[in-house]
Design a binder for this molecule. Structure first.
Ligand code: UD1
Ligand code: UDP
Length: 381
């Protein structure tokens, strides 16, 4: 039987967490010949995810260098991916999301005249500078791709408005598929987290890493968190710090040496998802965490000026806190002081997926390549 030859290309932690469920789904079907290429835009943080999901790449471009610029990453991928594409000769290259790996890999595939499929397509803020450079990465991949896997109806509408062409499927987000595997009652791998008493202490899980927050916004955010920890000595802030040197230096300067702020290395995906599921609330500028915390029923304050993921805000589990110290402090304090406000936000919502996104994407590919009669039914929350 004819098999669809797929090469999935990804390179950073969030892409890996969200692509691994799809890689597993493709591997489980005899309609696909599935291979994986990692760019290695991230190294330790990528390898950790591959370990958790048991995925072994067929190609590793190994491009990461300390302090890499966006141009460095783009150029190295364009230089190195062509060989893997010619060797694998796939029918379709699948990329994910909005990183520089996503854009450069889609461009390299286009240069080889290979069809591109875009997983997590159609998210938009409408502001080219925020998230930077992700908003335009995502828009450009929208033009390069012929298959668009949009997590939500709103994402599909964005693509239709831009008249990107090609086939659009509403699939849900594979992040929710990943959580079916990662969230469980087992102990943490990280021993420092096993020492935390989540039942007697309110734990605030936090992350912050975005480029548009480098500098003043990140300083404001960390100042807010430091003041929050001072005002509420009973809480424990747990902050697994991204390996970006900019983030690490700023975090150390503003947040180290405090009894109730735990600065730790990045967690593997299982520990991170478990940490969120056992926490009181979440503070973040992460994209993926904005999808995961609502699914766990954890109030999440989004420390950004805008978001391309407004669905959980509309549903009430997330709130846009901005990047000004006073506002973040006010909203976080409200959640700690006001049980009614907390209860209003703390309900599980799944506007982003139902755990079956990978299945729908695989079905859509079978349909698109003539191996299935009917397209998948759209995800509807
Ligand atoms: C990238 C993505 C961003 C995504 C984030 C997820 C782009 C432009 N940005 O940003 O969309 O939200 O990944 O985390 O693609 N580093 C290590 N080891 C690692 C990972 C990173 O040392 O395992 C260090 C490197 O020094 C690197 C720096 O972190 O220079 C920044 O990494 P980079 O991939 O350039 O950008 P991110 O901020 O991680
Ligand atoms: N994450 C993780 N360990 C951490 C911090 C985050 O596994 O220490 C997970 C998080 O749960 C989510 C993904 O990484 O699944 C999000 O990645 P990140 O915040 O780096 O990027 P973004 O989603 O903002 O692009």
């Amino acid at each position: 039987m004819k098999k669809i030859k797929v090469l999935s290309v990804f390179g950073t932690r969030p892409e890996a967490i969200k692509m691994c469920p799809l890689v597993s789904e493709l591997a489980s079907r005899d309609t696909f010949s599935s291979r994986v290429c990692v760019t290695g835009q991230h190294r330790e943080m990528l390898d950790s995810v591959l370990g958790v999901f048991g995925v072994q790449p067929d190609y590793d471009l190994n491009i990461m260098e300390k302090g890499q610029t966006l141009s460095d990453v783009t150029c190295r991928i364009l230089e190195r991916l062509g060989g893997a594409l010619r060797d694998a000769a796939p029918d379709i290259v699948l990329v994910h999301g909005d990183t520089t790996t996503t854009f450069a890999s889609a461009l390299a595939a286009f240069y080889e005249k290979i069809t591109v499929g875009h997983v997590e397509a159609g998210l938009r803020t409408g502001d080219r500078w925020s998230p930077y450079p992700e908003e335009l990465n995502r828009c450009m991949v929208g033009r390069l791709a012929e298959y668009h896997f949009a997590p939500t109806v709103r994402n599909r509408e964005n693509l239709l408005r831009e008249a990107v062409g090609g086939a659009i499927y509403v699939t849900g987000n594979t992040a929710i598929d990943a959580m079916r595997f990662t969230v469980n009652d087992r102990p943490f791998t990280d021993e420092r987290l096993n020492a935390v008493d989540f039942s007697s202490r309110r734990v605030v899980a936090m992350t912050c890493h975005r480029r548009e927050n480098y500098g003043r916004p990140m300083e404001n955010i960390f100042t807010a968190v430091a003041r929050l920890a001072e005002s509420y000595p009973d809480i424990l802030v747990v902050f697994p710090v991204h390996l970006s040197p900019v983030v690490r230096e700023t975090a150390k300067k503003y947040l180290s040496g405090r009894e109730n702020i735990l600065l730790i290395d990045p967690l593997d995906a299982m520990d991170m998802h478990k940490l969120m599921s056992r926490s009181y609330m979440v503070l973040t500028d992460s994209g993926g965490i904005q999808e995961e915390a609502p699914a766990l029923g954890k109030p999440v304050l989004v420390m950004r000026r805008e978001t391309e993921r407004p669905e959980a805000i509309a549903a009430g589990t997330a709130a846009l806190a901005g990047v000004e110290t006073e506002n973040i402090l006010r909203l976080a304090s409200e959640l700690l002081d006001n049980p009614c406000r907390y209860d209003e936000m703390a309900h599980a919502v799944n506007p982003y997926g139902d755990g079956r996104a990978a299945e729908r994407i695989a079905d859509a590919l079978e349909y698109g390549f003539g191996l299935r009669e009917a397209p998948p039914q759209d995800f509807a929350p």
